[in-house]
Design a protein around this ligand. Structure first.
Ligand SMILES: Nc1ncnc2c1ncn2[C@@H]1O[C@H](COP(=O)(O)OP(=O)(O)OP(=O)(O)O)[C@@H](O)[C@H]1O
Ligand SMILES: [Mg+2]
Length: 503
């Protein structure tokens, strides 16, 4: 066995994050680590990589007991990690990122030629031929991920840990990263894969270990597990069936509440028109980089120098800035919630109340009882796993932090809310809850725009789906037309094929 973990314990004040967990990793396998938000996945990984000190238990690598006290020490032992938020520096070149801390030297100086050459050789192993002198940040996320993997493998070389590595990749890019991971498995590395995308888990992994409330529930061969049984292990209960009763919600015939005409920005997104009815959900589909997020940002006043105009029933709307958009009753929960939204030191309650408070102005503080009520309400509705509303958000698991940011926008009760990848990083159980909540909000009259890379999710929530390609709105599907097949075809079509379906 490459790696053996026995009876691993980790406690935080008021939380038993890991409780006697056993875990084995073979050389030459991809092993999924699964569980609900807050189950203990990231904590297990942090104990393994020395980011956290464990309170008890034993870790053995190739038979020898190890006790890494820092991620660098873990790396030296052979354990490397790639997080979702790629742990590299976008402003350095590809070569600098790959060779950082171990640059080849000549006469005491960094040898730039050797560095370029070595970096290129490293990437050739992964079938990548990049200009290693360019800033890493100028490459797409998938490439950055592969560079991060290449660096981690070069530094460690025995165990590779991927904690939600595919969260911001589109389908094609996921394929690229998976090919790289399979190649490393075939070279004999042990790979731990943490993800909330069960399809990917079934595609890629050899074995699955499920955690629940800090305990190990089961380890099984992926081949022997079916999806329902896996979900039951994760949730400790059945997942309630999702019913998409779109037919019952005929919003298409309602009058527009908001009208956008000629919204665009040269070079960023071609002008588009959009009408949103009250209680309607408009889904945005398209590949990463197709202009989905940029479209949303335009509507929210986030991109300067745009063309176009917006109006509601009572007249034109000024959307020159996010502040103006919020005043007009708009909300926007961005994709990158971790960096955009969270104030780690503030409590769950204060993080939830923050948006509402900012809109009212700080001169008129929201009464404490009201903030408590809001917090408790959303903790319950979104099933935020926390020991209480006073807990600092930074101490919540990743998925639960995301739910807090979502709660902040919901608490502001906007009439038009844009959700960019609302279920990213969120477990299967909470995923269903959020889709249910979206439906409930529309019944109460809120209009939504939902951006998602998961087509099933778009189909489940949308009354209308707008498809983007190459920074253009290329098709619009409504009612019965909203099928996975139609959406995929519109995403993949060529310009010539559009004419029939153009928006
Ligand atoms: N630094 C910390 N301080 C206090 N509690 C923490 C800390 N880090 C994690 N926890 C708690 O430990 C538990 C496990 O969290 P962990 O981050 O391991 O979950 P996870 O399985 O990775 O979830 P997710 O899918 O949401 O990322 C949670 O109850 C969390 O609140
Ligand atoms: Mg986590």
């Amino acid at each position: 066995m490459l790696l053996t973990i026995r009876s691993l314990d980790k406690r935080f004040p008021g939380t038993r994050a890991l409780d006697g967990v056993d875990f084995d990793l073979r050389a030459g396998e991809v092993h999924a680590l699964l569980g609900e938000n807050g189950a203990g996945k990231s904590t297990l990984i942090k104990c393994l990589t020395g980011a956290y000190r464990r309170d008890g238990g034993e870790i053995r690598l190739e038979g020898a007991a190890i006790d890494p006290r820092s991620t660098v020490e873990a790396q030296d032992l052979g354990i490397g990690t790639v997080y979702q938020e790629v742990n590299l520096l976008p402003n350095l070149t590809v070569a600098q990122n790959l060779m950082f801390g171990r640059e080849p030297r000549r006469f005491g100086l960094i040898d730039a030629r050797a560095m370029r050459w070595q970096a290129r050789a490293m990437l050739a192993d992964y079938g990548l031929d990049l200009d290693v002198e360019r800033d890493l940040g100028s490459y797409p996320v998938a490439i950055r991920q592969i560079v991060a993997i290449a660096r981690a493998v070069a530094l460690s070389g025995k165990v590779l840990i991927l904690d939600e590595p595919t969260a911001s990749l589109d389908a094609r890019e996921v394929g690229m990263v998976f090919d790289v991971v399979r190649g490393l498995r075939d070279r004999g590395l042990g790979i731990v894969f943490v993800s909330h995308f069960l399809d990917q888990v079934f595609q890629l992994t050899d074995r699955i270990t499920v955690l629940r409330n800090g305990r190990k529930v089961v380890t099984e061969e992926t081949r022997g597990l079916d999806r329902m049984r896996l979900i039951r292990h994760m949730l400790g209960r059945e997942l309630e069936a999702e019913t998409a009763d779109r037919a019952a919600r005929d919003r298409g015939s309602r009058p527009a509440m908001l009208e956008f005409r000629g919204m665009g920005r040269p070079g960023l997104i071609e002008p588009f028109d959009l009408e949103i009815a009250q209680g309607e959900v408009a889904g945005l589909a398209g590949l990463l980089g197709s202009g989905r997020t940029e479209s949303a940002e335009l509507l929210f006043g986030l991109r300067g120098a745009r063309t176009g105009e917006a109006r509601d029933q009572s007249g034109p709307l000024q959307l020159r800035s996010p502040r103006a958009a919020i005043a007009a009753g708009f909300g926007f929960a961005p994709e990158d919630r971790k960096t955009d939204g969270i104030v780690a030191d503030l409590s769950v309650r204060e993080n939830i109340a923050l948006g509402l408070q900012a809109r009212r102005g700080w001169a008129r503080p929201i009464a404490r009882a009201e903030r408590n009520r809001l917090a408790d309400d959303y903790i319950r509705r979104l099933d935020i796993r926390t020991s209480g509303r006073e807990k600092p958000v930074g101490e919540l698991s990743g998925g639960n932090q995301q739910k807090v940011v979502l709660a902040r926008w919901l608490a502001m009760n906007p009439r038009f809310l844009i959700l960019d990848e609302p279920t990213r990083g969120i477990d299967v159980g909470a995923h269903a809850e959020i889709l249910r909540l979206i439906r409930e909000l529309t019944e109460q009259g809120m209009s939504l725009m939902v951006i998602s890379s998961e087509i099933d999710e778009l189909i489940a929530v949308s009354d209308r789906v707008i498809v983007l390609r190459d920074r253009r709105h290329v098709a619009q599907l409504a009612g019965e037309e909203i099928t996975g097949d139609r959406i995929m075809r519109a995403i993949a079509a060529t310009d010539a094929a559009d004419s029939g379906e153009a928006a």
